[in-house]
Write a protein that binds this ligand. Structure first.
Ligand code: XMP
Length: 485
């Protein structure tokens, strides 16, 4: 039976990209410095900045996740590696900082000073709480104590027995005051029976003060996420104890088998699960009904990524701005407040503001973060300038890595959906985030919005004609580095 393709063409909905819109300047009494960019990544996980780094093997491993969480965002550790390695990356983020260290390395009073010394070197620590067989605190041994003691002496002979301690409900200010007052750098935390519960170090207290906007869990550790395939329950289970959020990492989540697997996964793993990627109302409705209250957030956008050739190769795509708007409208109709993460195609703060204005709670970026010092991979010098490697997770080389096989699956699809190249080196995450946040604040100021929720209601879009795109960027000027003789 012939179909009426003509009316399908005529009635096709418009899909919009970041270049198709501007934010209309609105009446504003907002100073950029007063804008509050705090947001919900999920209804449980709060961030101070709406910035998420992509789970890609040239973007997010532990170093990136630590640096970004310290600024107030969150990194999603990629899964193009064995399960144990991904878990280890996540654990490194969790170990990077904490108010009270829980897995404290201890020593017993009858052990030798030489053993204490070896332990300190091996674990790179400068102090060991000394506990008896019942885990009760009897002293503390510092690097200074061991430096001046005989190697064969027992720990009990050289340790400090008069230990300053705190109880489990100690606040950060109290802990700091006790340490300052007594000139100690380590403060064991004990219960009523003197059993050791944890350890506070002055280093962690200072780091907390320095990074006051950092994204932290209840224990003061940095927040971190990890990506999983919805089919990989084993990986999700290995990660769930350590991560704050699991992020689905498939290009087309609106697939019956994938949704069924995600349903199973979320029944067995309690960690917040961000589903995606999707980009249409229909997909939104299907995942809402399949995952119900286990849908913690939605990863939005298909085909907009800077390394993406999905649309070029397959003609399939739901550009990120369009995807966010579709999903937001559907959630509004359903009266559901599920955060949306806009993923792909964001080049600068203006694009991010458009995505937030369209209803996103956070933006996920690969390209922007790939150029930072903390992304995996070294600097590459080309023609006197520095670059860093960046590749799509569906690129030929990334798919060759065994563990990438299920995102843009070679046997299933047999074609590459991403490219591989380099991006300009941008400096460290802190510098890049500060500049980006400056842009976001300025954009919020133009819109008259004090917060992301305020932007959702106040933002007004202006449609740019194809001919107008060039006028809205520098033109009729030769910029440094672009001169051709
Ligand atoms: P940006 O624009 O920030 O986009 O570089 C990053 C996002 O792109 C997605 N991604 C891919 N999409 N083929 C694709 O079609 C790929 O090989 C690929 N690798 C990553 C992903 O959503 C990421 O966050």
């Amino acid at each position: 039976m012939p179909v009426d393709s003509y009316s399908k063409l005529v009635n096709a909905r418009g899909v919009y990209t970041f270049r198709d819109f501007v934010l209309l300047p609105g009446r504003s009494d907002i100073e950029p410095s007063n804008v509050d960019l705090a947001t919900n990544l999920t209804n449980k996980v709060k961030l101070n900045l709406p910035l998420v780094s992509s789970p890609m093997d040239t973007v997010t491993e532990a170093d990136m996740a630590i640096a970004l969480a310290r600024q107030g965002g969150i990194g999603i550790v990629h899964r193009n590696m064995p399960i144990e390695e991904q878990v280890e990356n996540v654990k490194r983020v969790k170990r990077a900082e904490s108010f009270i260290i829980r897995d404290v390395v201890t020593i017993s009073p009858s052990q030798k000073v030489s053993e204490a010394f070896d332990l300190m070197v091996k674990k790179s620590i400068s102090g060991l709480p000394v506990v008896d067989n019942d885990e009760r605190l009897v002293g503390i041994l510092t690097r200074r104590d061991v430096n001046f003691a005989g190697k064969e002496e027992e720990v009990r002979a050289v340790m400090t027995s008069d230990v300053k301690v705190a109880s489990a409900d100690v606040t950060i200010d109290e802990a700091k005051r006790i340490m300052h007052h007594n000139r100690v750098e380590k403060l064991p935390v004990i219960d009523e029976d003197k059993k050791l519960l944890g350890l506070i170090t002055i280093k962690d207290v200072y780091s907390r003060e320095k990074n006051s906007l950092a994204s932290r869990d209840a224990e003061g550790r940095l927040l971190v996420g990890a990506s999983v395939s919805p089919f990989d329950i084993e990986r999700a289970k290995a990660l769930e104890k350590y991560v704050d959020v699991l992020v689905s990492d498939v290009a087309h989540f609106h697939n019956v088998n994938i949704i069924e697997s995600a349903k199973k996964l979320t029944r067995q793993v309690g960690t917040d699960f961000i589903a995606g990627n999707i980009g249409t109302s229909e997909a939104t409705r299907d995942i809402i009904s399949a995952l119900e209250d286990r849908l913690a957030a939605i990863r939005a956008g298909v085909g907009s990524g800077s390394i993406c050739i999905t649309s070029e190769v397959t003609k399939a795509g739901a550009p990120t701005l369009f995807a966010v708007a579709q999903i937001a409208a559907t959630l509004a109709e359903e009266k559901l407040s599920i955060p949306i993460v806009a993923d792909g195609g964001i080049r600068a703060a203006g694009d991010a503001t458009l995505a937030l204005a369209a209803g996103a709670s956070a933006v996920m970026m690969g390209n922007v973060f790939a150029g930072c010092t903390e992304s995996p991979g070294g600097l590459i010098k080309i023609g006197g300038k520095y670059y860093k490697p960046y590749r799509g997770m569906g690129s030929a080389s990334s798919r060759q890595k065994r563990f990438a096989m299920d995102r843009y699956n070679q046997p299933a699809k047999g074609i590459a959906e991403g490219v591989e190249g380099v991006v300009p080196y941008r400096g460290d995450v802190q510098t890049v985030v500060e500049e980006f946040v400056g842009g976001l604040r300025a954009a919020f100021g133009y819109s008259g919005a004090i917060s992301i929720a305020d932007l959702w209601s106040k933002a007004r879009f202006g449609a740019v004609s194809a001919a107008g795109v060039d006028e809205l960027r520098p033109h009729n000027i030769i910029l440094p580095g672009e001169e051709k003789i």
